[in-house]
Design a protein around this ligand. Structure first.
Ligand code: AMP
Ligand code: MG
Length: 332
């Protein structure tokens, strides 16, 4: 039986992108494909529009949003890219790296975007649909992942619809997301120290080596930064398939939906060939399948801590943490 959906979904062709631009101008909510995951976009310069994102997701208001821009020039209007931050942005953008930089005052960003922080998170995405959309509008887009807060991030338009149907105005269907994991978040503090606020597709150690002497490696601090720049999205429980998850499993036990990797088989596999990049792009799709399965438990094969494997394991640990362990429920 065909289910009736409330939210309109259109292909991300020229007409779809023009329609999305129109809805956004009016202050509406549009789910858009990016190279990381689908984003739930609203114009970042209107308080009402941004408030609608928090409502649609059920997102705690202390969790700030990433502002998506065309390029470094537009980013530099809203944030201070002096020094290394500007060099890094120039090197990596457009791409899956978010930079947390000091906010430039009075540039018309809605207050709720930065959730009261003196910093702002900015990213220029590389997905052709998102870039075409940003070319057609004269405001930046606030866009967290297009899912109900705390649940699995969407890597397809269908995932968005399953989570947010009826709560948003439009879904632009641009096919599956290539990277499949949220952007790496980097903050470079006043002393030049790099803080990885969230691991992701961009490997900061490798990036640091390109910019500085690789024979004199500098420690990249993980997870927490100086006061006020912690990424609240790093809450312990997140990406939950809604049932218990067992990690580093080499074999399924009774009643478990098994997610395999490499030599370890499963009901589905992250990557039969043991490729961590393929595993990243398939991770959320596999978690969605585990969630939809009629089995009450989920088991996941070990994934090596190499390359983007670190970011995959970061997400898996959060998926395996019961929501009750989190003081404040969840992030995004
Ligand atoms: P998402 O909801 O998946 O888009 O994740 C956005 C992430 O960016 C969250 O972890 C936020 O806490 C983080 N973030 C956004 N703005 C800032 C900021 N100004 N300082 C630190 N983290 C930020
Ligand atoms: Mg999210």
């Amino acid at each position: 039986m065909d289910r009736k959906y409330v939210t309109e979904m259109v292909p991300a062709d020229a007409a779809g992108i023009a329609r999305a631009a129109e809805v956004l101008r009016e202050g509406g909510l549009v789910a858009v494909p990016t190279e990381t995951v689908y984003g739930l976009a609203a114009r970042a310069d209107k308080e009402d529009a941004v408030a609608r994102i928090y409502r649609a997701k059920g997102r705690p208001s202390f969790n700030p949003l990433i502002v998506h821009v065309r390029d470094r020039q537009q980013a530099a209007y809203f944030g201070d890219f002096a020094g290394t931050a500007g060099v890094v942005a120039e090197l990596v953008w457009p791409g899956p790296l978010t930079m947390v930089v000091p906010r430039v005052g009075d540039r018309g960003l809605a207050e709720a975007v930065a959730a009261g922080l003196p910093t702002v998170a900015l990213r220029a995405p590389s997905h052709p649909v998102m870039r075409a959309l940003l070319e057609q509008i004269d405001f930046p887009l606030a866009a967290p992942s297009a899912n109900r807060s705390g649940f699995i991030s969407p890597t397809s338009a269908e995932h968005v619809r399953a989570s947010l149907d009826g709560r948003i105005d439009l879904i632009l269907d641009g096919g599956p997301c290539e990277d499949g994991l949220e952007s790496t978040i980097l903050h470079i503090d006043g002393g030049g120290v790099w803080h990885e606020l969230r691991p992701g597709p961009i490997n900061l150690a490798a990036l640091h080596d390109i910019l500085f002497d690789p024979h004199n490696p500098v420690e990249i601090r993980r997870g927490t930064g100086e006061r006020g720049i912690e990424a609240p999205g790093q809450l312990a429980s997140h990406y939950s398939p809604g049932k218990p998850v067992r990690l580093n499993a080499t074999q399924a036990e009774a009643e478990e939906f098994m997610i395999g990797f490499g030599q370890v088989p499963g009901d589905v596999t992250l990557s039969a060939s043991g490729d961590v990049n393929e595993a990243a792009s398939r991770l959320y799709g596999c978690l969605h399948l585990s969630s939809a399965s009629d089995r009450p438990h989920v088991a996941v094969a070990p994934v090596p801590e190499e390359g983007v494997g670190r970011a995959i394991n970061d997400r898996l640990r959060r998926a395996a943490t019961p929501p009750d362990n989190d003081q404040s429920s969840s992030g995004s």
